[in-house]
Design a protein around this ligand. Structure first.
Ligand code: NAP
Length: 284
């Protein structure tokens, strides 16, 4: 590929960023659609969010994705927030047009599309979220808008869970103790791990999985590396339905690609194209 000044420029910024699947995913879409475009990973330290955003503006990027730890900081840096970013209070996608940065969020719709694909109903569901960080905060607001019957947020640091549910009537915050995990799981239809526990390169994992003994919930882990975390393996051993983080990642990526390129790509067609490619890539 020979790049020129008119090549469409996109990136994913984060720290760490080496293992991001986004360059592979977007690169595959660029190739499939025959675009004159590039998508690069950039390691951006936590205190350099603004420098990167300014560079992207002045170098003529058409957009960039953001991952840990920049999603919250970007709320104050972009020129405007679209409806999704203001609702979910996190930015994972920035669209740039005529030097103007618009913050958006495709993580929540990405997970909802992944749940819809598995025919998991969220309306009226009792949802248990483990973790209260950036992605959990956005998902909590996303579920609140989907008419769930209850929303329980369990976190190592109780104050963070309390902050994450502020202003959400159907939600409760709990400390992530063994007992709270068990009691809440037994009353839940959907359990979502939004912590890095069990992720490759992270030493810690859940202490045990006995909290899954007395539940019929569908279990989601946002992690996709390893392909099956100990949480998902334990859930499967107990006969529970499970999903890892790859479907969410792919759907959010396609939604971002639409925002960057303005191509009206079909969500399900592109998912069917990307899923086997990403699965293969993760196995390498
Ligand atoms: P974050 O903002 O750093 O939040 C991390 C959360 O995990 C916090 O609630 C933190 O609790 C908790 N935590 C961290 N270490 C813990 C430990 N040892 N024991 C118990 N709790 C612990 O991260 P994030 O951006 O929300 O991302 C969370 C996870 O989701 C990551 O694994 C990320 O890769 C994954 N993710 C996946 C997708 C996808 O598309 N599949 C998208 C986004 C994120 P404290 O409040 O106590 O620190």
């Amino acid at each position: 590929m020979i790049y020129t000044t008119s090549t469409m420029k996109m990136a994913v910024m984060g720290d760490p960023i080496d293992h991001s699947l986004s360059p592979f995913m977007h690169g595959s879409l660029i190739e499939k659609h025959g675009l004159d475009a590039l998508y690069i990973p950039v390691r951006v330290a936590p205190d350099e969010t603004e420098h990167f955003a300014e560079a992207a503006r002045h170098l003529g990027f058409c957009g960039f994705n953001a991952t840990m730890p920049h999603k919250i900081r970007l709320l104050d840096i972009v020129d405007e927030l679209d409806e999704k970013a203001s609702l979910y209070q996190a930015v994972n996608t920035v669209r740039i047009r005529d030097g103007k940065l618009t913050g958006s969020n495709t993580d929540v719709d990405g997970l909802m599309a992944a749940l819809d694909r598995q025919e998991i109903r969220t309306e009226g569901a009792r949802v248990m979220i483990i973790g209260a960080g950036g992605v959990a905060g956005a998902l909590i607001r996303g579920f609140a808008g989907r008419g769930v019957s209850s929303l329980s947020v369990l976190n190592r640091t109780l104050s963070a869970a309390e902050k994450a549910i502020e202003g959400i009537p159907a939600a409760c915050a709990l400390e992530m103790t063994r007992e709270n995990l068990s009691v809440t799981a037994s009353r839940s239809d959907l359990i979502i791990n939004c912590t890095p526990l069990g992720m490759s390169g992270v030493r810690e994992d859940f202490q045990d999985f006995s909290f899954l003994d007395d539940t019929g919930a569908f279990v989601v882990d946002l992690i996709y590396n390893p392909w099956q975390t100990a949480l998902l393996r334990s859930a499967e051993e107990r006969g529970l339905g499970t999903m890892n983080g790859l479907p969410m990642l792919i759907y959010q990526g396609i939604l971002s690609f639409r925002l960057f390129t303005d191509l009206p790509v079909d969500l399900h067609e592109e998912f069917a194209f990307l899923y086997p490619l990403c699965q293969e890539r993760l196995r390498q």
